[in-house]
Design a protein around this ligand. Structure first.
Ligand code: DON
Length: 303
């Protein structure tokens, strides 16, 4: 397949949407990003990567990191994480508190904030330094040693983190958080602050297309665990718009409020798209449209 020509075509087709939607404003450090940015990268199983537009420009990965944290926790602790977090779509906004009380402090899935806090808590218990473990993993798998935390974003998250603090304390009251809440929140905010480009993220996510195999051929996840992560991405990876995303794109995907989306074509490759303007559910407007065009033009989807 001629990926460069395909990507140019998609970029031209979605150009009218770039700059529409609204960049995340609730974290001031994210609000300053250029809303006209657009980049898209495709990585194949062997690590060949092609891109278009701003595909090498680092952006704030935000909730995309939740996929990698989940994979690391499964690699360390196997199935035990599923005693603490569910795997059903929540149908509620990503930062919602409402289900937690009547579901006894067990979040619906690992990709809403409450669930991600539980997963980061597990990684902290397994490794003693969850955010560094994650950053090292992303550096290794992307082949980019310059990936880094953004201290401004982490500070901004922390300054505006009352809702995440509320979620963490509330789950701690049910015994579903093992580490001190301030430690957990620090690691969660640092995790969200990692900056990486479309190329970096497409490369780093390849283990999900390679049925659990890392870039060096060693195994991170069993084939079954890789399938499970992809399944949870498909059903829960784009917040309360996961049904619409599955309908339009037909791939496992995970979005972040920085405007990035990673998507996986199992057995074939990975995609990452970035454009900061978000729709009302927090997904990149041009990003979803570009992935929609990709699967429509290529026929590559899990369906
Ligand atoms: O927790 C937050 O508010 C952000 N740092 C992460 C947000 C995001 O991308 C959507 N979350 N599921």
């Amino acid at each position: 397949m001629d990926h460069p020509a395909l990507l140019e075509r998609i970029a031209a087709e979605v150009a009218p949407l770039v700059g529409t939607g609204t960049p995340a404003g609730y974290i001031p450090a994210l609000a300053g990003v250029d809303p006209r940015s657009f980049g898209m990268a495709v990585a194949t199983l062997d690590g060949t990567v092609h891109g278009v537009g701003d595909w090498r420009v680092p952006f704030s990965t935000q909730s995309i990191t939740k996929v990698f944290t989940l994979a690391l926790v499964l690699a360390h602790g196997g199935d035990s994480v599923w005693e603490r977090v569910g795997r059903e779509p929540s149908g509620n906004p990503f930062n919602s508190l409402v289900q937690l009380e009547y579901e006894n402090g067990i979040p619906r899935n690992p990709f809403i904030n409450a669930g991600a806090l539980v997963v980061t808590d597990r990684l902290q218990t397994w490794t003693g330094d969850a955010s560094s473990e994650l950053l090292e993993f992303l550096r290794r798998e992307s082949g980019n040693p310059d990936l880094a935390f953004d201290p401004d974003v982490a500070g901004s998250e922390s300054d505006h983190g009352d809702r995440n603090a509320a979620l963490a304390h509330f789950m701690a009251s049910y015994g579903n958080i093992s580490n001190p809440v301030p430690t957990l929140l620090d690691h969660y905010f640092w995790q969200c602050s990692i900056t990486a480009s479309c190329a970096d993220l497409a490369l780093a996510a390849r283990f999900l297309a390679r049925h659990g195999l890392l870039a060096d051929g060693s195994r991170l996840l069993t084939r079954s665990e890789a399938k499970q992560v992809n399944a949870v991405m498909l059903t829960c990876g784009t917040y309360d718009a996961a049904g619409e995303f599955a309908y339009r794109v037909g791939l496992p995907g995970k979005s972040g409020v920085g405007g990035g989306i990673v998507a996986v074509v199992p057995g074939h490759g990975t995609l990452c798209v970035w454009s900061p303007g978000l729709d009302e559910r927090g997904n990149s407007v041009a990003g979803v449209a570009a992935l929609d065009r990709f699967t429509t033009l290529t026929g590559l989807s899990v369906f």
